[in-house]
Design a protein. Structure first.
Length: 206
């Protein structure tokens, strides 16, 4: 049986880890990127590359920082996989890059934006930070789908013979300035939370 070893929920200017609030913004007026920067600063982590990331990578990176706190980041992890899902792909970075190429009279393609015009870049940021060398996959779905997440985690653990899978929903909507993340570390070590569709839905809806 597969279990959820740790999980993080980031939404609406707050972050919780294993059901415990670890960050809550004091104001509702700050924009998405300001809140993500606040969460990062609350971690007291010296990782300056964070400020160069797009919002999707920042969101996934932050959730992974919370979930993987018990791991040695410098130790190679050949038996850990990453499987992430969302609805909008890399839309936030796509919109920013489009602004740099749409006007022929003011044409200034931005390599720093173009780098992030693939949704799987967030996995690369997480894998580099934590030396994760196992399988990686990013799926774009119409909406949060707990069964799809469970099935993918199961395949990675049983078929690809991974020991741990970092999995979850990492969604950023640049038009509404919304961000929505549920990330879980899954494995076969027994905990209080079995990995089931109903349990994932419960964690997502809390």
């Amino acid at each position: 049986m597969i279990f959820i070893k740790a999980y993080c929920r980031i939404k609406e200017r707050s972050a919780t880890v294993n059901g415990r609030i670890v960050f809550e913004s004091k104001t509702t007026k700050k924009c998405m990127k300001d809140v993500l920067s606040e969460i990062f600063e609350s971690l007291k982590t010296d990782y300056r590359k964070f400020y160069k990331m797009d919002a999707l990578s920042k969101l996934g990176f932050l959730a992974s920082e919370f979930v993987l706190q018990g791991f040695n980041r410098d130790e190679p992890k050949q038996d850990m996989a990453v499987a992430l899902f969302n609805r909008s792909s890399s839309l936030e970075a796509d919109v920013n890059y489009q602004k740099t190429i749409q006007d022929r009279e003011n044409f200034f393609p931005s390599p720093s934006d173009f780098v992030y015009t693939l949704p799987n870049i967030v996995m690369g940021e997480i894998a580099i930070r934590n030396k994760i060398y196992g399988e990686t996959a990013f799926y774009v779905l119409p909406q949060f789908n707990s069964d799809a997440i469970c099935n993918t985690v199961s395949d990675l653990l049983l078929q690809a013979q991974m020991k741990h899978v970092l999995a979850g929903w990492v969604e950023v909507d640049p038009f509404f300035e919304t961000y929505d993340c549920l990330m879980a570390l899954c494995g076969e070590t027994e905990t209080d939370i079995p990995l089931t569709g109903s349990n994932l839905n419960r964690l997502y809806n809390n």
